[in-house]
Design a protein around this ligand. Structure first.
Ligand SMILES: [Zn+2]
Ligand SMILES: [Zn+2]
Length: 712
């Protein structure tokens, strides 16, 4: 290759005069101002460009890589402003029609532009044109080289595989018999052996067809290495691709490409993996399908779980949704027979379910936040050489700092929230001067030093109020001075490798007492863990969001499931000021079906999902009246649309705009407007008529529509 080709090694450059030929390509580009632009198809490329092709286009004084969404005979901008496509990126994998269809459906369902769905789904490295400084090798060639297939045997290694319990065998048989599209809910308590069913399901899909691929979704980055490890051990000869947002760019591009061109037959990833092109897709697994992390919270707010079901129906393949505490939506579908319910009723290890006790507590608690019975239970387990876990879903040292004199509270300047007191990690813990603290807003990230005196009255009596994991850890160290204590939460996990090191220490028997948030609740098998104390679940009991109890139940079930997974005497103590709440009774009775049944009855009564469908229009502006004013005008516009169409008026309901729960965030005022309907098609019809009017009404507000909002 000649030197001059360096800059365009991956591009078949063409001559283009830009005036002959009148074919235009609509190209998706990753730029913030708009999701797609028109470019002229130069004569040399006429007939050689189709939807899904990767192209190099001029952008300002530079160039960008985009993907062709479609061709047209007219441009949306003045013809003289349209610039020609510079060339095709021939090294990119061809976009399959199935992938384009998925992108297109996602865009239509969430009322967004296909470009907004497509480009973010492609690793950044692959959408970056090679620069003059780069070597001859294109990003594609480098990424392809990077992904090396293992040289093991292609058949699964069953040497270490546990035998199947009858319920597991039955579930597997149902999955294997399924022909074409089918949704299976694999409902099993923690430790019931769902993963073993997944592994055998993967094996059967791969064995049926040499080009078959399987997609495995997990809710969190932290859970990918663990599952990937088990998959790798079972399929030593299969190339396995991993996809999540925490990967280095090169790695992510290599994985994405290996899946897109069929070299990797197993893809394990977080929600973004659902939008990867998987040409040979033959089966999908969505582990912990109820997990809110499957909902994308930036850009297009898609639900990876819902898209996985759609993808399965498009490709006519089976999809397995696994959970110990299925979401209300999934549970309802299983109850009505739309999804097939497969139940794993017992723990695969044979250990009985842990004993769950509810401890009534007062507002005033000792510094370690433990009731006497909980402290005694921990002491007993520790004395016996076992491990105990104290669960508190609140990171930081204390949720708020208060002045004992005047009642000043550490409010965030930019949000309607408190700044949380955090102990700052010390580089040299032995250093004199004691711990250092900072105030951090969990909403906007705003930070400040802890004031020496009260900003309002100058008094120096500033006290932390309440308890986060850092303070709990500190107090537990005083209560149990002999115990080796370790903490895991997002603050710990932020340091690269810290979470892994902590978990290794736990597995290696170097930890007696674990303190942590949700991060400890999910997916980890702690062999010596015999006791779980839930320190303070009450905050989530009375949250405004109708999904909050469902989430709390799922979290508590999950954290309770950690106890005694391998022992006969697992015990869970839930401390609460509201021991009479039905949720705790369901938890105590291990009533996995009763809780969602009751919840569904309430939702049906209120017309809430899954019995109703929702869309939420969110607006934000610097001035509080702007956002609410815009939403008021938007509501009027919708009411006018409904009034003009009796069918819509009868089935679509529009609520009044209200400030969001955290009304002020990072200095912007936020409000929301809820639209509901018992009919999904009618809701979407109303939305498509409504949305085009919104930009004209928005003024100084920014807006975004969320279909099937996960939080209200
Ligand atoms: Zn004060
Ligand atoms: Zn803030």
């Amino acid at each position: 290759m000649a030197r001059t080709d360096d800059r365009q090694a991956s591009v078949s450059a063409v001559e283009a005069d830009g005036t002959t030929g009148r074919r235009y390509a609509r190209v998706a580009l990753d730029v913030p101002i708009a999701p797609c632009f028109d470019y002229l198809v130069p004569p040399a490329l006429d007939g050689r460009i189709a939807a899904g092709d990767w192209v190099l286009v001029p952008w300002g004084r530079g160039r960008k890589i985009g993907i062709v969404l479609g061709l047209a005979n007219t441009a949306e901008i003045a013809a003289e402003k349209v610039r020609p496509i510079m060339g095709r990126v021939d090294e990119a994998p061809p976009s399959s029609s199935a992938w384009l269809e998925l992108i297109d459906f996602t865009a239509r369902y969430y009322h967004r532009h296909p470009g907004e769905v497509m480009l973010p789904a492609v690793p950044k490295l692959l959408r970056t044109p090679p620069s003059a400084r780069q070597r001859k090798e294109s990003a594609f060639a480098r990424a392809r080289k990077r992904f090396v297939a293992p040289a093991g045997s292609p058949s699964p290694d069953m040497a270490a595989a546990p035998g199947l319990k009858p319920a597991q065998a039955e579930a597997l048989a149902a999955l294997e018999q399924g022909e074409g599209f089918g949704v299976f809910l694999l409902h099993g308590v923690t430790g019931s052996g769902k993963t073993e069913v997944y592994l055998r399901f993967i094996a059967s899909r791969l064995a049926a067809d040499p080009i078959a691929q399987v997609l495995v979704l997990v809710p969190e980055i932290a859970l990918t290495p663990q599952l990937a490890e088990r998959v790798r051990a079972r399929f030593p000869g299969e190339p396995i691709a991993i996809l999540h947002s925490g990967l280095a760019e090169g790695e992510r591009a290599a994985s994405w490409l290996a899946v897109a061109d069929g070299r990797a037959r197993i893809l394990v990833g977080t929600r973004l993996a659902v939008l990867a092109p998987v040409p040979g897709l033959a089966g999908i697994i969505v582990d912990e399908e109820h997990d809110p992390s499957y909902k994308q919270q930036e850009g297009v707010h898609y639900s990876a779980r819902d898209l996985a079901v759609l993808l399965a129906s498009q490709r006519r393949i089976p999809v397995v949704l696994g959970s110990a505490t299925p979401s209300a939506e999934t549970w309802q579908a299983a109850r009505t027979g739309r999804y097939r319910l497969l139940t794993l009723p017992e723990r695969a290890s044979g250990a009985p379910a842990p004993r769950i006790e509810v401890l009534a507590i007062d507002r005033d608690m000792p510094p370690d936040g433990l009731a006497e019975a909980a402290r005694a239970a921990i002491a007993e387990v520790l004395a016996d050489g076992g491990q105990a876990l104290v669960f508190l879903n609140r990171r930081g040292y204390a949720p708020v700092l208060a002045c004992g004199q005047c009642g000043w509270l550490s409010r965030c300047d930019d949000c309607s929230a408190y700044r949380v007191l955090h102990r700052v990690a010390q580089r040299r813990p032995q250093a004199a001067g004691g711990a250092r603290f900072r105030l951090v807003c969990h909403h906007c990230g705003g930070e400040q030093a802890v004031p020496r005196g009260c900003p309002a009255c100058g008094d120096t009596d500033l006290r932390p109020v309440g308890r986060g994991t850092q303070r709990l850890e500190e107090a537990l160290a005083q209560t149990f001075p002999e115990a080796r204590i370790a903490r895991l939460d997002r603050d710990v996990a932020r340091r690269r490798g810290a979470a892994e090191a902590m978990l290794d220490a736990v597995h290696g028997g170097e930890v007696d007492l674990l303190v942590g948030t949700q991060m400890l609740a999910k997916g980890h098998d702690f062999q010596r863990l015999r006791l779980v104390v839930v320190a303070d679940p009450d905050g989530a009991l009375f949250a405004a969001d109708f999904r909050a109890p469902e989430r709390l139940f799922a979290t508590l079930m999950q954290v309770a499931g950690r106890a005694g997974r391998f022992a006969r005497d697992g015990r869970v103590l839930v401390q609460t000021r509201f021991p009479g709440e039905p949720l705790f009774a369901a938890l105590q009775a291990h009533d996995f079906a009763g809780f969602p049944d009751r919840m569904l009855a309430e939702r049906r009564e209120a017309g809430l999902p899954p019995f109703g469908h929702q869309a939420l229009l969110r607006a934000e502006a610097v001035a509080p009246d702007d956002a609410l004013g815009f939403l008021g005008a938007a509501r009027d516009a919708l009411l006018a649309i409904l009034a003009a169409t009796p069918e819509l008026a009868a089935h679509v309901r529009c609520f009044d705009p209200v400030p969001m729960p955290v009304a002020r965030l990072a200095g912007r005022e936020r409000a929301q407007l809820l639209v509901e309907s018992g009919s999904r098609p009618l809701l979407h019809r109303a939305l498509s008529r409504w949305l085009p009017e919104l930009d004209g009404l928005a003024g100084r507000s920014r807006w975004q529509l969320e279909v099937d909002p996960s939080e209200i």
